[in-house]
Write a protein that binds this ligand. Structure first.
Ligand code: RIB
Length: 300
């Protein structure tokens, strides 16, 4: 299936609290309201890729409570035949969003932590060499999935989010690409400066590319031994949850179509900016035509 994006990823029930300011350690604050929305980095990125025009297949695990997320994916055209919703406890996330649009998130992976090798193996049985595989760090079996994908000669992009101690030790040699935000780049490389981190991470991939997203600052990328810079878009940020997922899913969809990485990053960058203007993670993801309009308006 040339041009298909296969996603092994998380589904989370996002309990979203809008607050004036994110609480400090030890502080209690009252939220203006609470909403339950579909989320999870895997689901968000799969939906973003599908909205960007890619053919997307998804493998993940949730519980009965999380079936609405599967429905949201299917409504956006994602093939959800390999999603299990039989787990006793669906993964969820406590998401706090303050008035500036910034957020803080705590995830309870639960069902995502019980994704099994057999499920992933069955899912990837229909992936052809050269197909794109997209993974994040919210599910079980990440290391095994990367090894399996390398043996199957898939082009694997890892969004190393959230970054944790286990991830710092993960072999990145076989990846086609690594995409992280500034904090994750710092955690993985030990370098606070994103450009220094980018160079250090690039040294850990044999042939692949590295992209570090900089939020409103755009992105930097290491491609074929060179650093490329991409300016951000100025938008009124209402809610930054899911912006990184919009970037990653849209970028990977463009790569699956055969676009060069610089163009794919431009598309991802525009999608991230558009997602910041709407509330929620999955519900904020832009369509392909919205991305085209934003990029087109810059050219006029
Ligand atoms: O990237 C945003 C996502 O991170 C949220 O939807 C939340 O579920 C967490 O996984």
């Amino acid at each position: 299936m040339a041009g298909t994006v296969h996603v092994v990823g998380s589904l989370m029930i996002d309990r979203v609290l809008r607050v004036c300011e994110l609480p400090r350690a030890g502080q209690t604050v009252a939220a203006r309201g609470i909403r339950t929305l579909p989320g999870g980095k895997g689901a968000n990125q799969a939906a973003a890729a599908a909205l960007a025009g890619a053919r997307v297949r998804f493998c993940g695990r949730t519980g009965a409570e999380g079936r609405f997320i599967v429905d949201e994916l299917a409504a956006r055209g994602v093939d959800v035949a390999c999603v299990r919703s039989d787990d006793p406890v669906a993964g969820s996330a406590a998401v706090m969003v303050e008035d500036s649009g910034q957020n803080a998130i705590v995830i309870a992976p639960e069902s995502n932590a019980r994704l099994e090798r057999a499920d992933i193996e069955a899912f990837l049985a229909s992936a052809a060499p050269g197909d794109l595989l997209l993974v994040q760090n919210e599910c079980a079996q990440l290391e095994w999935t990367l090894e399996f994908a390398a043996r199957a000669r898939l082009r694997t992009w890892l969004n190393a989010a959230p970054a944790d101690a286990a991830l710092a030790k993960l072999g990145l040699e076989t990846l086609a690409g690594l995409v992280v935000n500034e904090d994750e780049a710092h955690a993985l490389s030990g370098h606070e400066d994103p450009r220094t981190a980018l160079g250090a991470l690039a040294g850990r991939l044999t042939r692949g590319s590295v992209v570090v997203t900089l939020g409103p600052g755009g992105a930097v990328a290491w491609v074929g031994g060179h650093m490329l810079e991409f300016r951000g878009h100025r938008v009124n940020a209402l809610d930054t949850v899911g912006c990184g997922d919009a970037f990653v899913g849209t970028m990977v969809a463009a790569l699956a179509e055969g676009a060069p990485l610089d163009l794919a990053i431009r598309r991802g960058n525009a999608a991230g900016a558009l997602a910041a203007m709407r509330e929620g993670a999955l519900p904020s993801l832009p369509t392909r035509s919205a991305v085209d309009s934003l990029l087109g308006s810059l050219e006029r």
